[in-house]
Structure formats: structure tokens, C-alpha cells
Design a protein. Structure first.
Length: 128
């Protein structure tokens, strides 16, 4: 089972073992205040990713100055959100844990394709 499918399984599963794993994360966050505060600070800076992605795939009926302005704003917001992935990775990976779910999050964020996309955006290798 891949890390992403494992996370999906845990997100949709409501058996006792899964609930206990989630409770273990809550307990770990209450015991490790620096982890909690770090996650809270980073996640608070994330924008609505679903909305941004839906804005990126919408094709306007007519190209106007307003639609061009909306595209530019969406791309700037998307770039900002992608830059926050690195901060999230740093917070998640800065803690030692035995929790399986938290380790899965650490692995996914390290291997995340978003980091690849962010590098492309930062170094100007993306053409829009």
C-alpha cells in the first residue's frame, strides 16, 4: 500500500483502530506544543487549494482584461500556497514520532510532487 493510499484509507475509514490512530495524533499534538503551534501557524497561511485549482482549470467564455487579472491573481495565490508546502515539510519533519499516521504525512510531504512544481515556479521553468 502506497503512502497516499494509506492516507486515503485512514481518512475514509472509521473502524476502531483508525480512530485510535487519530486519537494518538491528537495526544501527540497535545504533548508536543511546538509541533502543534508550528502546524497551526503554517496551515493558517494556506489558501483554499481546491478553489485555486478549480480556478486554474476554468476556461473563460471570453478573454477580457478582468479574466486576465483573475488568472494572474490565481497564479500568485497558487505560488504563495506552494511556497508554504516547504514550511509544512519543515514543521512535520522536525519532530521525532512513532505514530504511523504522522510518519505517513512526513513521507508524503517529502516525496510530494508539489515541491517539484514549486521549484519549477520559483526558478521560472514553468510557462503559463
Amino acid at each position: 500500500m502506497t503512502e497516499l493510499s494509506l492516507l486515503f484509507y485512514w481518512a475514509c475509514n472509521t473502524d476502531v483502530e483508525t480512530i485510535n490512530t487519530r486519537l494518538d495524533i491528537v495526544e501527540e499534538l497535545t504533548l508536543k506544543e511546538d509541533l502543534f503551534q508550528g502546524l497551526r501557524a503554517v496551515l493558517g497561511r494556506f489558501l483554499d487549494v481546491d478553489h485555486l485549482l478549480s480556478m486554474c482549470v476554468q476556461v473563460p467564455k471570453e478573454e477580457t482584461l478582468k479574466t486576465a487579472d483573475n488568472w494572474i491573481t490565481t497564479i500568485i495565490y497558487l505560488k504563495h500556497t506552494l511556497e508554504e508546502v516547504e514550511a509544512l515539510r519543515m514543521v512535520l519533519c522536525a519532530t521525532e514520532t512513532d505514530n504511523v499516521l504522522l510518519k505517513s504525512y512526513q513521507t508524503v510531504i517529502i516525496l510530494s510532487p508539489l515541491l517539484y512544481v514549486r521549484c519549477k515556479l520559483v526558478f521560472g521553468l514553468f510557462s503559463f
